[in-house]
Design a protein around this ligand. Structure first.
Ligand code: PBG
Length: 324
């Protein structure tokens, strides 16, 4: 035969043909912007390891909320940085803390955002762990109560979605039960169901000043040398009442996103975490890669792997680019 029988290149002839056959799209609707909300007033603090990302006090949120809204972003995930930390993370339950206040401010200025909150005590504890600590152990069951109370507080303040990120066993059920008892049956749970113990969270811990003061998170976050456990965690969180399952990190875990998406009938979210953001930004700043193109390529790859929605520090930048 004098010619190839199959010529895949025909489908790549020009942009309209390529667009015709493309399988996935990236749209601002798919993107969720994480926001770090700090205590105090008039504070907009840069984070050295996350160029372009800031900690905002509640009074300075409107500027970034407007920018996000105008770019087409419709969903936010809030993290709180309290003034005081203690052993039990009691500030996580303060109704006047940064997160409940921020929810109020968002509802007052941009009521139509989907407001999600991170539910975890590591930012609120002196030891920086995601659970209560006894000796050198992270205690599972005693932590469930404070997580459920924290989720309830956020729901009462007006959150649409609560997102537990602690990886304690049974927390989705504990949160669902308490929410339902208080008639918050419509509050969604986006569970950080499949969260690996990853070095890619490094810059986030700078941002939140929340690194563990002893040991590591390997007794509750997952071991990156496996994937079958991901399906177990996803199944359990679904059975406990999760509405959306998250996989985290994203780019080094595309196989996990694909497996979870194939194994579950729930929507899948993926978190492109701080280290993924910072690596792209750093290489771009050095002129080694094209930041915008790598950003779009990696976000699209996460969608292609099977995630409907992506939490990303690139949300505003990507949304602006997609709209232009
Ligand atoms: C825990 C939490 C972490 C992140 C989100 N929620 C940090 C951790 O588990 O150490 C990481 C997010 C990121 O790296 O962007 N509350």
């Amino acid at each position: 035969m004098s010619h190839p029988v199959e010529r895949p290149r025909r489908l790549r002839t020009n942009a309209p043909i390529r667009n015709l056959v493309r399988e996935v799209d990236l749209h601002p609707d798919n993107l969720i912007l994480p926001l770090f909300v700090t205590w105090g007033k008039n504070r907009k603090e840069p984070i050295a390891s996350m160029p372009g990302v800031f900690r905002h006090s509640v009074d300075l949120l409107p500027e970034i909320l407007r920018e996000a809204w105008e770019a087409g972003i419709r969903s936010l995930l809030l993290f709180g940085i309290p003034e005081k930390k203690d052993e039990s993370g009691s500030e996580a339950l303060n109704p006047d803390g940064p997160v409940p206040q921020a929810i109020g401010a968002i509802r007052a200025s941009f009521p139509d955002f989907v407001v999600m909150t991170d539910v975890c005590i590591d930012e609120y504890t002196t030891h920086g762990h995601c659970g209560l600590v006894k000796g050198d152990r992270i205690e599972n069951d005693p932590t469930l109560e404070i997580l459920a109370q924290m989720a309830l507080l956020h729901a009462q303040a007006g959150a649409d979605v609560v997102a537990p990120s602690d990886m304690m066993d049974g927390r989705v059920a504990a949160i669902r039960t308490l929410l339902d008892t208080h008639a918050f049956t419509d509050t969604l749970i986006l569970s950080y169901a499949v969260k690996y113990a990853s070095a890619l969270y490094g810059p986030f811990r700078d941002a939140m000043m929340s690194g563990p003061q002893f040991g590591d998170r390997c007794s509750y976050q997952m071991d990156f040398r496996g994937s079958r456990e991901a399906l177990r965690e996803a199944r359990l969180d679904r059975e406990e009442g999760a509405d959306i399952l998250m996989v985290k990190p994203a780019i080094a875990y595309l196989d996990i996103i694909a497996k979870v998406a194939a194994s579950s009938d729930l929507p899948v979210a993926a978190y492109q975490v701080s280290g993924e953001y910072s690596m792209i930004m750093a290489a771009g700043a050095n002129g080694w890669i094209d930041t915008d193109r790598v950003m779009i390529e990696s976000l699209t790859a996460i969608r292609r792997a099977g995630a409907q929605m992506i939490l990303t520090y690139f949300a505003i930048r990507a949304a602006k680019l997609l709209r232009s």
